[in-house]
Ligand binder design. Structure first.
Ligand code: NI
Length: 167
């Protein structure tokens, strides 16, 4: 089922998510809905709090339009190693009509549980590394716009206010 994606400045997006204790039917249904909602949007990643569910679950699929789907469902993901620097443009399904370059690590190692409850290690670079960092941030109530300089943040807020007024 496609669920509604919360958008900035919804306070639900600022809350920290809790670790998943048991992978039950509710979590499996959540992961299914998250993937469906992400593909429908379309986007390359989604975190549970974007649907108003404060559980540490993310979904990512960075495969291109011409490639077969390659869905990652990561439960309780943790970055255990990070290195290098990247400064690529990011957008977010929770931030309407805005993109900006964000400083991230160029490569990360992420440990997470699969839907089957098995521990899995992901060695991610480039776009996948950025996606993991972006989605794990969501679990801690952090949006990519929170990484902007104070000046850029002000410009972002002004733009969003103007968009809201135009509605
Ligand atoms: Ni996002």
């Amino acid at each position: 089922m496609i669920r509604k994606i919360l958008t900035w400045p919804d306070p639900e997006l600022k809350k920290k998510s809790a670790a998943v204790v048991v992978i039950n039917d509710r979590i499996r249904e959540l992961a299914r809905d998250m993937a469906e909602t992400m593909y429908d949007a379309p986007g390359i990643g989604l975190a549970a709090p974007q649907l108003g569910v404060h559980q540490r679950v993310i979904v990512i699929d960075i495969s291109g339009k011409e490639e077969p789907p390659d869905l990652i469902v990561a439960i309780n993901p943790v970055i255990v190693h990070a290195e290098g620097e990247s400064y690529e443009e990011e957008g977010c399904l929770s931030v309407i009509k805005y993109a900006a370059n964000v400083r991230r690590h160029a490569s990360v190692v992420v440990k997470a549980l699969t839907l089957e409850g098995e521990e899995k290690t992901y060695r991610a670079e480039e776009l996948l590394a950025v996606a993991f960092q972006h989605e794990i941030d969501h679990l801690d109530g952090i949006l990519f716009v929170d990484h902007l300089s104070p000046l850029k943040r002000e410009i972002f807020k002004r733009k969003q206010r103007r968009l809201a007024e135009a509605d």
